[in-house]
Design a protein around this ligand. Structure first.
Ligand code: T46
Length: 315
C-alpha cells in the first residue's frame, strides 16, 4: 500500500518517543508512545492513547481515543480497539509493588474490542473474535467468538457461511444435510416413535459416515467453559447431544458455522481438518462423541493459527 510505504505521521502535539513506527501509521494529538514500543505500518493511534515500552502492535491496527496499552500487551495485525477499552497487566495490583513479571495479553489477528470493554490480565483474545462494548473479559476468548456481558460469555460466532450453504441446518425430512463447512454434515437418525416413547437408531456400518472404534461423552461442563478448540488430522467424529444443549462451531479455515446441538436424534459429522469449539453447555448437557480412530494426542491441532496455516490452499 502506498500509504504504508510512506513515513509515519506524528501529530505535533503527540509525544512519540519510539522510532519503531511503521510507514503510513498516524499518531494523533496527545498520544504518548514510550521508547520501547513497536508499532507496525498503516495503524491509527488516536488522540489521548498511551503506549508503554513492552508493547508490540502489528500492522493496520486501530487504537481509538483514551486507550492505554500497558507493558506485556501484544496486538496482532488488523485489530480494532474501541474508545476507552481498558487493559490490565497485574492480577493483584498494589501501589508501588509491581509483580515480578507483567501478565501477557495477546490480541490475535483481526480481533475487535468494543468501546469501554475491560480485559483482565493474561488473556488471549482469539483471531477474529469480537468483544462487546462494556464487557468484562475474565477468560481467554476463542477464535471468532462474539462475547459480551460481565463476566463476558460467548453469545455467538462471527459466522462466515459458504455462499451456497443452506440457510437452516437441515429440513426435517432430509436424512443427511451438508452444513457448508468442508464435508461436515447433519445426520437425522432414524426415529421410531410409539406410545411408549421415542427411539433413535443408526446402523454403524450403513448409516454413519464411518464405523466407530471409540466413544467418549462430555457432561457436567460448567456453562462458561469452552471445550474442543481443536481439529483432527485423521480422526473423524460424530457428535450427538443426548441430553441438554450446547453450541458447536465448525470452521474449515474458509467458512464457519455455529449451530445448537439439542436433539438426541440428530448427529453432526465432523471430518478431519475442521476446527471445532463447543460452548454454552446447559447444566444437563450430555454430549456423546463417536470416533473413527483410537485416542492419539498427536492427531490434534490445538493452535488455531497452525490450523489456518495447514488448511490454507497451496499458493
Ligand atoms: C473434540 C471435543 C469435542 C483421553 O484420554 N481419551 C480420549 O478419547 C479423549 C477424547 C480425551 N482423553 C483425555 C485427554 C485429556 O487429558 O481427556 C483429557 C481431556 O481431553 P480434551 O482436553 O481433548 O477434551 P475436549 O473436550 O477439549 O476435546 C474433546 C476431544 O478431545 C476432541 O477431539 O473434538 O472433545
Amino acid at each position: 500500500m502506498a500509504a504504508e510505504a510512506s513515513a509515519p505521521f506524528i501529530h505535533p502535539a503527540a509525544l512519540c518517543e519510539s522510532s519503531a513506527i511503521g510507514g503510513g501509521t498516524r499518531v494523533w494529538a496527545f498520544a504518548h508512545v514510550l521508547p520501547g514500543a513497536q508499532i507496525g505500518a498503516g495503524c491509527n493511534i488516536c488522540d489521548g492513547v498511551f503506549i508503554e515500552n513492552d508493547v508490540l502492535v502489528g500492522d493496520r491496527v486501530t487504537v481509538k481515543c483514551g486507550v492505554q496499552l500497558w507493558d506485556g500487551i501484544t496486538v496482532e495485525d488488523d485489530v480494532f480497539i474501541g474508545p476507552n477499552a481498558t487493559f490490565t497487566n497485574d492480577p493483584f495490583p498494589r501501589s508501588r509493588r509491581p509483580p515480578p513479571a507483567f501478565s501477557r495479553t495477546v490480541l490475535r489477528r483481526g480481533a475487535s474490542i468494543g468501546a469501554n470493554a475491560t480485559i483482565l490480565p493474561g488473556i488471549e483474545i482469539g483471531a477474529g473474535a469480537m468483544v462487546g462494548a462494556g464487557s468484562v473479559v475474565t477468560r481467554s476468548v476463542p477464535p471468532n467468538a462474539i462475547v459480551s456481558g460481565n463476566p463476558a460469555g460467548i453469545v455467538g460466532y462471527a459466522d462466515q457461511a459458504a455462499p451456497d450453504a443452506p440457510e437452516a441446518p437441515a429440513a426435517e425430512n432430509e436424512a443427511v444435510a451438508p452444513l457448508g463447512v468442508g464435508a461436515a454434515a447433519l445426520y437425522r437418525l432414524r426415529r421410531v416413535a410409539d406410545l411408549r416413547g421415542d427411539l433413535a437408531v443408526s446402523e454403524f456400518e450403513d448409516e454413519l459416515p464411518f464405523p466407530p472404534v471409540r466413544m467418549y461423552s462430555i457432561f457436567n461442563v460448567p456453562t462458561r467453559d469452552v471445550r474442543g478448540q481443536s481439529a483432527h488430522l485423521r480422526c473423524r467424529q460424530f457428535l450427538i447431544a443426548m441430553h441438554g444443549t450446547c453450541r458447536l462451531l465448525l470452521d474449515d479455515g474458509s467458512h464457519r458455522r455455529s449451530l445448537w446441538l439439542d436433539r438426541p436424534d440428530t448427529g453432526i459429522y465432523v471430518p478431519p481438518m475442521i476446527w471445532t469449539s463447543l460452548s454454552n453447555f446447559s447444566a444437563d448437557c450430555v454430549l456423546l462423541v463417536l470416533n473413527s480412530h483410537r485416542y492419539d494426542a498427536a492427531d490434534y491441532i490445538r493452535a488455531y493459527g497452525t490450523f489456518l496455516e495447514l488448511s490454507a490452499p497451496p499458493a
